[in-house]
Design a protein around this ligand. Structure first.
Ligand code: 6PG
Length: 246
């Protein structure tokens, strides 16, 4: 049986998962502050991060973080305007940026509203040059979710984007999870992160969690398997339901 090298933390429910993620986030940022001017984080979308962002923006965590020293990026975005209810930027704005009064200059969003999403991917690629380290963008922290089909960010099963080794950001127009048009960071960029945290909750994720962490199925079928930044760099925070088949 295949087994991915990573830390797995299992907690009771989404609230406990959000609490754990908030604690880890604060610890990471406080440690990094000692030797670094700023900290870069790539956010994810979906329902699970909402609980985490909301927790992070409330006591005691909100006061423990020097928000002015964090630059926020996105791991993926949906092909909608920033004020659309499906926008990942909007989710982060409503739950994290607005409550913590994050300055516009620290927020680096993908332009999901552009008609030409490949042009939006190129624009974001230019934006990412600010965080290049050893030839590739390197985030201090990348937050990811997992879909019931094994997708992560907007890297969906058997999509050609999984095999993109040159570009840092790509557009896709055939995502099985609505909306079909999306932007996503590619595997080499995600794997260059210093730390990746997957937040996964719910019984509908249990089979995908098992396959990604323990199964032998090809990575093309379970794209989250491709996220392997190296030993000690990946943490899976699961609720009991998502972990029920491990
Ligand atoms: C999105 C994300 C996607 C998400 C997973 C898990 O657009 O929603 O890009 O990768 O993180 O699908 O989402 P949930 O937390 O809603 O299950």
């Amino acid at each position: 049986m295949h087994s991915v090298e990573c830390e797995v933390k299992i907690l009771r429910d989404t609230a406990a998962l959000a609490e754990e993620a908030a604690k880890r986030f604060v610890a990471m940022v406080v440690t990094a502050r000692r030797d670094k001017q700023s900290h870069t984080v790539a956010l994810s979308g979906g329902t699970t991060p909402r609980a985490f962002y909301t927790r992070l923006a409330s006591a005691p965590y909100d006061a423990q973080v020097d928000w002015s020293r964090i630059d926020f990026y996105f791991g993926d975005e949906r092909g909608v305007p920033p004020d659309h209810p499906d926008s990942t930027y909007r989710l982060a704005h409503d739950t994290l940026f607005r409550p913590n009064r994050i300055a516009a200059g620290q927020i680096h969003r993908m332009r999901g509203e552009m008609e030409d999403l490949s042009a939006a991917a190129e624009l974001y690629t230019t934006e990412l040059t600010a965080v290049v380290d050893e030839g590739l963008p390197r985030f201090d922290l990348v937050l990811l979710g997992l879909g019931p089909d094994g997708h992560t960010a907007s890297l969906f099963p058997n999509n050609r984007a999984l095999h993109e080794h040159v570009r840092w950001v790509v557009s896709i127009d055939d995502a099985p999870k609505p909306p079909p048009r999306r932007l996503t960071l590619t595997v080499p960029v995600l794997n260059h992160a210093k730390q990746v945290i997957f937040l996964v909750a719910g019984a509908d994720k249990a089979r995908a969690v098992r396959e990604v962490l323990r199964g032998d199925a090809p990575a093309d079928d379970y794209p989250a398997k491709l996220i392997q930044p190296g030993a000690g760099r990946v943490l899976w925070v699961l609720d009991e339901e998502a972990a029920s088949l491990l």
